[in-house]
Ligand binder design. Structure first.
Ligand code: NAD
Length: 430
């Protein structure tokens, strides 16, 4: 029986009985701490963010009035290096969600062994209600307040939900103005013309392909001609299809998006499906393919299943029907804890989300490194270094799972928590 790792559906509730993502993040740490026999003082330190800032941002709107926006930045733990993590612009942002996401970034950076801690930030706003000018003024206002705790040596944001390279560029500019000199390394996910890194766009899926390749090797599977089904056809899903074909030689037989899915046992040409999706905003209606529901897609008799859409897709109901040999989680939180146990018992090789989708943050780290040198790598160099990082991380997790006899998700937590704990101990914090 594997150790259960709480996920988005587990009963992590706060005192008022509401689901609390931060309580869930703490429960995940507690489970890893117990297996590792973690020093109670280090455990206590890792249960809380080291630093957080909450601010109010007055922003001049197009009609001349001033609106005040609430904003956050959480620097969860910087024992291993400057904190790193996305900025979300969302109407339902809460400090507890930002804390939880900052904790998860800490573990993600540690599992891929990049010398960074974890952070996260956000502004409570609805970007659909803002003009381009208002969005720019809001982005710059965030840096004027939060910029004092940011910097390449301190804390480095990146794009996340409803933020994009243009917003990162405005923020890098505002920060540089405040510093009195260019300092683009303060933020990643910038456009290529302003210090962005090559290969950032497909980095998440590319890192996932390195993990699938290594898992297949362990299972004695030659990926060429093997079948792959992908749930979700956005950034992660589209590149998974394209790179699955290119790098692994797989046959993509099914893909889906929020409007439905398509299936072709003889294989779907990835680039033509991507072009169809971009032209029609859906994969549905792709010539020659038959329709399939998202539920049916997950239960297809394929070799590799790639959840790349939403959380909680594989649950206690459908997990017994999953027939894939490898489940590569590009999405965050696609598998519930109950389903995790079922997949583990049934011998499905799960590559857990914060390992499988860590290619994005890894190339963000490469972007910081290139900014610091003010010298830019070619695409091949980025790809090769990403592959090295992902391959090493995959094997660290696999070996830990074998040694501790836990599932891969718990093994990933154990690898990450142990690395952060070691840095805390070496620095003499506990
Ligand atoms: P995206 O918005 O580009 O695409 C999401 C896709 O999921 C869309 O095609 C959408 O139609 C589809 N979808 C929505 N509901 C669905 C449903 N019920 N069934 C099937 N498909 C559905 O998002 P993305 O950037 O590709 O992210 C996808 C997942 O990967 C998320 O969980 C995200 O957190 C995770 N992730 C992405 C990155 C990245 O760099 N893009 C990095 C880390 C993690």
């Amino acid at each position: 029986m594997s150790q259960q790792v709480p996920s988005a559906t587990s009963t992590s509730v706060s005192a008022n009985g509401q689901f609390n993502p931060f309580a869930m993040a703490q429960a995940q740490l507690d489970a890893a701490a117990e297996i590792l026999g973690l020093d109670p003082q280090i455990h206590a330190l890792l249960r809380e963010p080291l630093r957080e800032m909450q601010v109010s941002l007055p922003v001049r709107m197009d009609d001349g009035t001033v609106r005040v926006f609430k904003a956050f930045r959480v620097q969860y733990n910087d024992a291993r290096g400057p904190t790193k993590g996305g900025l979300r612009f969302h109407p339902n942002e809460t400090i507890d969600l930002v804390r939880a996401l900052a904790a998860w970034m800490t573990w993600k950076c540690a599992v891929v062994d990049i010398p960074l801690g974890g952070g996260k930030g956000g502004i409570v706003c609805n970007t659909r209600e803002l003009s381009a000018g208002e969005l720019e003024r809001l982005s710059r206002a965030y840096i004027r307040q939060i910029g004092r705790i940011l910097g390449p040596e301190m804390d480095v944001p990146a794009p996340d939900m409803y933020t994009n390279p243009q917003i990162m560029a405005w923020m890098a500019d505002e920060y540089s103005v405040l510093q009195g000199h260019n300092d683009f390394g303060v933020i990643t996910g910038k456009p290529l013309g302003l210090g962005g890194s090559k290969v950032r766009e497909d980095a998440t899926a590319r890192g996932g392909m390195s993990c699938i390749r290594e898992a297949a090797r362990l299972l004695g599977m030659d990926t060429r001609g093997k079948t792959m089904a992908i749930q979700g056809f956005g950034n992660a899903g589209q590149y998974a299809a394209l790179l699955g074909e290119e790098l692994l030689g797989v046959k993509v037989v099914a893909v889906s998006d929020s409007k439905g899915g398509i299936y072709a046992p003889e294989g779907l040409p990835a680039s033509a499906v991507v072009a169809h999706k971009r032209a029609t905003e859906s994969v549905r209606g792709f010539p020659g393919a038959q329709p399939i529901s998202n539920r049916e897609l997950l239960e297809l008799d394929v070799d590799i299943l790639v959840p790349a859409a939403l959380e909680n897709q594989i649950n206690a109901q459908n997990a017994p029907n999953i027939r894939a040999k490898i489940c590569a989680e590009l999405a965050n939180g696609p598998t519930t804890p109950e389903a995790d146990d079922i997949l583990y018992r049934n011998g499905v090789y799960v590559i857990p989300d914060f390992l499988c989708n860590a290619g994005g943050v890894t190339v963000s780290y490469f972007e910081m490194v290139q900014n610091a040198y003010n010298y830019y790598w070619n695409a091949e160099t980025v790809k090769q270094r990403l592959d090295e990082k992902m391959t090493a991380a995959f094997h660290a997790v696999h070996e830990t799972a074998q040694r501790l006899k836990v599932n891969n998700r718990m093994a990933a937590y154990c690898v990450a928590v142990q690395r952060v704990a070691e840095a805390v101990r070496l620095r003499g914090w506990a």
